[in-house]
Design a protein. Structure first.
Length: 656
């Protein structure tokens, strides 16, 4: 096996290069939130190879550092509370440590990461790992917090009591990292306990007490500030009200603060389009660059300020410790659907993208819970929907429109997210009920860390990594789709004689563009599906966007941007707002009326317009049955809801 990844030398610098087969492998083992990932990042210099274990969609991170002139491979294992697995990711950890995982080399040494503030609980995992008879080193984290809260731990005493090396580490501040690298480099000489820890519960409890006594352990005092805040934030009534207020503020900020930056991005792409007009004399190449790439991809990239701001706010809420409180609050609601808090964590992951949300269901012990959560996860409003919502909401209401002190655009966005979240939980409840819900729930464990001020570095890394994934999609899937759409919108070619015979003024560039687009292959596709979408108020150009969005939801915006840029390169936004039906009973009427925009918004709330989600759902369930059910029920739900909303808004606005 060869891992291509970068790491850090013994002084913390990146090494780069390829790790040759045979390099010693060290696995980081520990409970969730113990600090494994911070240590992994510090050891490897934040450069790692990520992927899945063979045959399963459980994530793995593998990196490398260099010490004593040799490469050492480090793997960050999924979090686990013990080696008695109750979920797929915990099963992976147990199988890997016991050498039962096909296709993955068993680690040579183990570093058990334990939280000093919960040492008594961590020792259970330590006892199980020690009984594997592998070289073991203990990395103790959060010792600074233990001392701050009046606790005490004698590290040398803990080392003597356990009989294995113990290192004090604070990963995010890189305290103890050089010492840990040195320890790992000498893994062959690690000391081992004379006797195995006992397995009998009573004897194990006595063993734990003896370890705590030998290490002069004094537990941390409860964080009174955290307790006072939690008394409000975890209150069934006030906590829920604050959660709703936080979400409302979340979307108000996205619209209010990102608009100026979005204007700068629009200006930049307008400048690029002007350059194409000036310096590209070949008409077809100018059209490809100006309409497909700049007009199409630029129409999506223009929303990157909102995307980055959204991930900034999410990383702040996670870093400060609020997200796990939100999961605790929602556990009460999830239980009504026969699910538990871990299902909410998976659904929350779907706010970024449904793919990691679906993969996060592996933490659920019950197969029925995993299926039910997967069926609901795509209904959570992912970042791919954000450009669609911003575009359509911008055409529906003015930025100056307000509902009391709140910006109307932000209120509508909140309602769309809320509708998606409620629908996701209802869908999970229905699927769980159909699968013969038995009403029994597994215990839900989640760490409640003290409130902390997140580091600027961690926030920026989270924001950039998520935004980079969005930009990568724009540079691959969206760009490829827009190029294909440009070809479909401009073919078949028409000679000057054909245009003249059809009554087109060949000297009028706008008339020629309109004729070519109206008689293109794309128009044929859009009109072919018109009977399906006509009741929703969609014309053939909107239909093309809906069909194109099957590759990725963002391409709906790219498609409309490309069409609008072809109609009016100087002001595509105005061209889109003024777009009219070209034929049929509504010829000459505006396409984007309030009923049609409302129908589109609701359609995108429910429709499963993402083949990546369908693909990962198939891999996760091992069958096409559930992806087919998800795609089918969500399309029917999307069409039916859009039809109802179109009718209601048409009656309310007098446009029926």
């Amino acid at each position: 096996m060869t891992d291509t990844s970068s790491g850090a030398d013994c002084h913390g610098g990146p090494t780069g290069g390829t790790v040759v087969t045979g390099a010693p492998r060290t696995a980081l083992v520990g409970s969730p939130n113990a600090g494994k990932t911070s240590i992994f990042n510090a050891l490897t210099g934040l450069r790692a190879k990520t992927g899945n274990y063979p045959g399963v969609t459980v994530g793995r991170s593998v990196g490398v550092f260099r010490a004593a002139g040799q490469d050492f491979i480090v793997e960050d294992l999924p979090g686990t509370y013990g080696l008695e697995p109750v979920s797929p990711d915990e099963q992976i950890v147990t199988d890997l440590l016991q050498g039962r995982l096909t296709g993955v080399e068993s680690p040579d040494a183990l570093v058990v990461v334990i939280d000093a503030t919960t040492l008594w609980r961590s020792l259970r995992l330590v006892s199980q790992v020690l009984r594997l008879h592998r070289p073991v080193c203990i990395a103790v984290t959060l010792t600074d917090e233990l001392v701050t809260r009046g606790g005490r731990l004698d590290i040398p005493g803990l080392e003597r009591a356990l009989g294995v090396p113990v290192v004090r580490v604070i990963g995010n501040r890189r305290v103890g990292i050089p010492e840990l690298r040195t320890k790992i480099a000498g893994w062959r000489s690690w000391s081992r306990p004379v006797l195995d820890p006992p397995t009998d519960p009573a004897e194990l409890e006595a063993w734990t007490e003896s370890i705590l006594l030998a290490s002069e352990y004094r537990p941390a005092q409860p964080d009174k500030t955290t307790q006072r805040i939690d008394a409000v934030l975890l209150h069934p009534v006030w906590g829920t009200a604050i959660f709703v207020a936080v979400m409302v503020a979340f979307f108000q900020i996205i619209f209010s603060f990102a608009a100026p930056l979005q204007g700068l991005v629009e200006t930049f792409f307008g400048w690029l389009a002007d350059l194409v007009d000036v310096f590209v004399p070949v008409p077809w190449l100018a059209g490809l660059l100006g309409d497909a790439i700049i007009g199409g991809v630029g129409a999506v990239v223009v929303f990157i300020p909102q995307i980055m701001l959204m991930f900034l706010l999410i990383s702040l809420l996670e870093g400060v410790g609020y997200m796990c409180r939100a999961a605790f609050l929602m556990d009460r609601i999830m239980s009504k659907a026969g699910l538990e808090g871990r299902a909410f964590v998976a659904l929350m992951s779907s706010f970024a993208c449904a793919v990691p949300g679906i993969m996060a269901t592996r933490t659920l012990p019950s197969a029925k819970d995993r299926i039910a959560t997967m069926m609901g996860a795509p209904l959570m409003t992912c970042s791919a929907r954000l450009p669609v919502y911003i575009l359509l909401i911008g055409m529906l209401v003015s930025p100056e429109s307000r509902i009391g002190p709140l910006q109307t655009q932000g209120v509508i966005m909140f309602c769309l997210y809320f509708l998606g979240a409620v629908s996701a939980m209802l869908a999970a409840w229905i699927v769980k009920t159909v699968q013969e819900r038995n009403g029994l729930l597994m215990p839900f464990y989640m760490e409640m860390p003290p409130y902390r001020v997140p580091t600027l570095r961690s926030i920026c890394l989270t924001m950039w990594d998520s935004s980079r994934a969005f930009l990568r999609k724009c540079g691959t899937i969206v760009m490829l789709t827009t190029i294909v759409l440009w070809l479909l919108l401009n073919f078949p070619l028409h000679s000057t004689a054909e245009l003249t015979a059809s009554g087109v003024d060949v000297t009028d560039e706008g008339a020629v563009t309109s004729f070519v687009m109206d008689h293109s292959a794309a128009a044929s596709i859009g009109r072919a599906v018109e009977p399906v979408f006509a009741p929703l108020g969609f014309d053939w150009r909107v239909n093309i966007g809906v069909v194109a969005s099957l590759s990725a939801r963002e391409t709906f915006v790219a498609t409309l941007g490309q069409i609008a840029a072809a109609d009016d390169p100087d002001n595509p936004s105005a061209a889109l707002a003024a777009m009219t039906y070209t034929d049929g009973g509504h010829a000459g009427e505006r396409v984007f009326t309030a009923p049609t925009i409302a129908a589109l918004l609701v359609f995108f709330v429910y429709a499963l317009q993402c083949m990546s989600t369908v693909s990962v759902m198939k891999r996760e369930t091992g069958t096409w049955k559930w992806p087919a059910i998800a795609f089918g029920y969500m399309f029917v739900l999307a069409w039916g809801s859009a039809w109802v909303v179109h009718g209601i808004v048409a009656l309310a606005t007098g446009t029926a």
